[in-house]
Design a protein around this ligand. Structure first.
Ligand SMILES: NC(=O)c1ccc[n+]([C@@H]2O[C@H](COP(=O)([O-])OP(=O)(O)OC[C@H]3O[C@@H](n4cnc5c(N)ncnc54)[C@H](OP(=O)(O)O)[C@@H]3O)[C@@H](O)[C@H]2O)c1
Length: 272
């Protein structure tokens, strides 16, 4: 079974529900193989950022040396003004070796001050819009750790995609996902496994046969069960993690509400 695909908001793109978060991938002896395996196994959405040390360079290397047919690349800028955001986009294009970046996101806009800054005249959103007009980027997104800012971003109508945390460890985003779907905004789920600290603990439980239902595959299944989720981007530094996540995506069936509640309860007990 191939990885199921879903519409990416109103962009006209249809993408497999499993992507790759390439934030930590460069910090691995198997970095190139990890990205190449993802592309080879049908992952199309790959997330990076100007501020993820070595990540854009890694992806640029894979694109040049291995090719990345059909892959959709997303990067981000922490810059808050139009001019500095455009500078970052040009640097991303250069490092990735692309003529156009599919999605460019305002990175971690999580306070009212940051929101006001990027949305103001001369702010970073203006820079992304100008970059889209000149063909440097195709679509505009925003990532946030604040549900309030997420709501503002959806309501503004300015963004094609919103990156949010959502998982059995952090179910609170659920109501925002519905709103995003209503407005045709693509939803990218960051930290779908709860982050590296928790997954390290879960791998320990798995090794001792004590994980129960709290497995990476079930955590991904939980996220995909929400139909508004366009793509989940688990981070990975090793090809085996990618292979396991691809298997989970290929086998995906939605969870019942009872199963989701059971997983949330198991997630809440992780550090007990
Ligand atoms: N915009 C933002 O502000 C922001 C913030 C945080 C994250 N993000 C994005 O979200 C992506 C994912 O976030 P994250 O990496 O923090 O959290 P995550 O995806 O929830 O967890 C990543 C961890 O899970 C492990 N893992 C992955 N697949 C596994 C499997 N099948 N079995 C066992 N362990 C597995 C990885 O291990 P290994 O690394 O050892 O392979 C890594 O330690 C990032 O790469 C980034 O693109 C964005």
């Amino acid at each position: 079974m191939p990885i199921p695909v879903r519409p990416f908001g109103s962009t006209g793109l249809e993408l497999p529900i499993l992507g790759l978060g390439a934030m930590d991938t460069p910090h691995s002896p198997a970095a190139v193989e990890t990205v190449a395996t993802a592309i080879q196994l049908g992952i199309r959405f790959i997330d990076t950022a100007r501020d993820y040390e070595g990540s854009e360079h890694l992806l640029g290397r894979v694109i040049r040396e291995r090719g990345a047919p059909g892959a959709v690349f997303a990067s981000k800028t922490f810059r808050r003004t139009a001019a500095s955001a455009q500078y970052d986009i040009d640097r991303s294009l250069q490092v990735l070796g692309l003529e156009t970046i599919d999605l460019y996101q305002l990175h971690d806009v999580s306070t009212p001050e940051a929101w006001a800054h990027v949305m103001a005249p001369g702010g970073a959103l203006e820079g992304l819009r100008t970059a889209a007009e000149r063909g440097a980027i195709r679509f505009i997104g925003l990532s946030t750790h604040s549900l309030d800012i997420g709501r503002l971003a959806i309501d503004s109508g300015a963004f094609d995609a919103l990156m949010l945390e959502y998982s059995a460890f952090y179910p609170d985003s659920r109501h925002l996902l519905d709103l995003a779907a209503d407005r045709g905004v693509a939803v990218i789920v960051m930290r779908p496994l709860g982050g590296s600290g928790r997954t390290s603990a879960i791998r320990g439980l798995l090794a001792r046969g004590q994980a129960g239902i709290l497995t990476p595959a079930n955590l991904l299944r939980y996220v995909w069960t929400h139909p508004a989720v366009s793509v989940a981007i688990p981070g990975a530094r090793y090809p085996d993690r990618v292979r396991a996540n691809v298997s989970a995506a290929e086998a995906f069936t939605p969870m019942s509400t009872a199963e989701q509640q059971e997983l949330e309860a198991a997630a809440a007990r992780l550090y007990d």
